[in-house]
Write a protein that binds this ligand. Structure first.
Ligand SMILES: Nc1ncnc2c1ncn2[C@@H]1O[C@H](COP(=O)(O)OP(=O)(O)OP(=O)(O)O)[C@@H](O)[C@H]1O
Ligand SMILES: [Mg+2]
Length: 507
């Protein structure tokens, strides 16, 4: 009797978790695929976000349930690691949890279900890795298709990202800590543009400074442009005051060095005192102050400048030449409040500026462009797969066949994986207004008959279509990562009630 009750309690915890996870998934499922709609998020102050992006919706939602939070963390991890596919990952996890739970309800031991899920996911990931197709070069048209699909079919954005990618080059794209999507920025009122250089939201220190400079010689100061300080107490003593006068004289002398070096642009971490401001105005030097670390780093990399502290200005003019960065042009765009430093002599870089007409769409256009950029980088790193939910149907079928060769209860966990893999296509079909049961079967049958893994559905007509031929492709990394994280988290959630049972047994 007691045994039974524990069993029921276990199941009720599990079903409770399943419900919480389903609630999270259902808040994003309507956005997936080409016919997915947007969600409008509103807070109590009337702030509005309009988005189609899974992770953005989930991060803004108020969620207390711990299992539901774990699912939200999947979307976050997916965003951090690969930058796209957050909705797919969330839906897969929720489907795995509910398929797993229904196996448990049938009486399959949780441990067997979990082990089966783990095996099924490993198998599926292995198939994806084998099936992925590498791009042949940076001119491969698949790269354009990837960014078009991830960029919600905004052609202007896809072209822009493609142009930026070519400027950056394949080698840089493969660097581990380089995030191509960091180079995307959107601005209300701007035109779409790829800038061959660094773009900063900055204004020159004074209106009297030049707004355009050609043949740029630039200094980056990781400090303030002001004399070194003498503390108040020391100023009271004769020696301290003398030191103050010396520093001030040395400082004026240092400012003269800027002219001797031909410096016409100074990028400063902190502030700039009035003496320097006046001096720079008089000598036609543009000063950008309070520049963030990330921006200073990008400027230094792109122009070849070496960052200097203010005491560094005590060095001789000769020595200082080694710290100068160079670029073709610096330009201040008054209306956008942006400064561009272009065609630097250091490492090439690009900034992809996305224009938007209003405040509400600027955020979403930026997210879309960042998704497109992330997808493109992922594709360069590990290739592409047919999209539109087709590869998942292929996986599902492969896993089903493999399951027949397995002995033991783990097979039920494997079956849960095969079932969950139908979810992405099924949801996209539903969002397009067709019957998911009918269309998922149709696609599966067509794949089996034709022996290809790229048959999916044309979401306009409801008929079968080859996704590769239609240019519907997804980066392999996005798919692989989504599957792995969804697998890990669903196992963790299914395991939660195992822990509860153990505690109650101890009691
Ligand atoms: N024109 C299209 N035809 C068929 N499938 C498409 C088309 N455009 C996009 N898709 C598919 O839609 C899926 C991606 O949908 P979506 O971008 O809404 O979600 P996500 O990438 O999983 O998450 P998010 O973008 O919110 O982080 C991919 O499987 C992709 O192949
Ligand atoms: Mg997407």
């Amino acid at each position: 009797m007691g045994e039974n009750k524990t069993g029921e309690e276990r199941l009720s915890t599990l079903l409770h978790n399943v419900n919480a996870v389903q609630a999270v998934a259902s808040s994003v499922e309507g956005t997936i695929g080409p016919k997915g709609l947007d969600t409008m998020l509103v807070d109590e102050n009337g702030n509005v976000i309009i988005t189609n992006d899974g992770v953005t919706i989930l991060e803004e939602m108020e969620v207390k349930h711990p299992a539901a939070r774990m699912v939200i963390n999947i979307a976050r991890a997916q965003q951090d690691k690969v930058g796209d596919g957050t909705t797919t990952a969330t839906l897969l996890a929720a489907a795995l949890v509910s398929e797993g739970a229904s196996q448990v309800s049938r009486g399959v031991p949780v441990a067997k279900v979990i082990s089966g899920i783990r095996q099924g996911i490993t198998k599926a990931v292995g198939i994806l890795e084998k099936t992925a197709v590498r791009i042949t070069s940076m001119d491969d048209e698949k790269l354009y298709h990837i960014s078009l699909i991830a960029g919600r079919e905004h052609e202007d954005i896809a072209h822009l990202i493609m142009e930026g990618a070519k400027l950056i080059g394949e080698a840089k794209m493969l660097e581990n800590d380089f995030r191509f999507s960091d180079l995307v920025t959107a601005k209300e009122g701007a035109d779409n543009e790829v800038i061959h250089g660094v773009l900063m939201n900055q204004r020159p220190l004074s209106k009297e400074m030049p707004e355009q400079i050609e043949d740029v010689k630039l200094l980056v100061l990781g400090d303030a442009l002001a004399p070194e300080e003498v503390d108040d107490e020391a100023l009271g003593t004769e020696r301290g005051f003398q030191r103050y006068l010396d520093l001030k004289e040395g400082y004026t002398c240092n400012l003269q060095k800027l002219v001797a070096l031909g410096i016409n642009t100074v990028v400063v971490e902190k502030s700039c005192d009035s003496i320097a401001e006046e001096f720079c105005i008089d000598n036609g030097i543009m000063v950008l102050h309070r520049v963030s670390k990330a921006d200073r780093q990008r400027v230094a990399d792109h122009t070849g400048a070496r960052t200097l502290k203010r005491t560094g200005l005590n060095k001789s003019v000769d020595e200082l030449t080694r710290y100068i960065g160079r670029a073709k042009r610096v330009e201040f765009e008054e209306t956008l409040g942006q400064v561009r430093i272009m065609h630097g002599a250091g490492k090439p870089t690009a900034t992809m500026l996305i224009g938007a007409s209003t405040e509400e769409v600027v955020g979403e256009r930026e997210r879309i462009a960042k998704d497109a950029a992330s997808a493109m980088q992922a594709c360069i790193r590990a290739g592409y797969l047919p999209g539109g939910g087709s590869i998942e149907i292929y996986l599902s079928h492969q896993i089903e066949q493999w399951r027949t060769s397995l002995k033991g209860m783990e097979g039920f966990g494997v079956e849960a994986v095969a079932n969950a893999l139908r979810k992405p296509l099924s949801q996209m079909v539903q969002n397009a207004g067709f019957n998911p049961l009918e269309k998922v079967e149709m696609v599966k049958a067509a794949q089996v008959e034709s022996g290809t893994n790229s048959v999916g559905m044309d979401f306009d007509t409801g008929r079968c279509a080859d996704m590769l031929q239609a240019g519907v492709v997804d980066p392999a990394l996005v798919k692989i990562h989504a599957l792995k994280t969804a697998g890990e988290v669903s196992q963790a959630i299914l395991r939660i009630h195992t822990i509860i049972r153990m505690k109650s047994e101890e009691e």
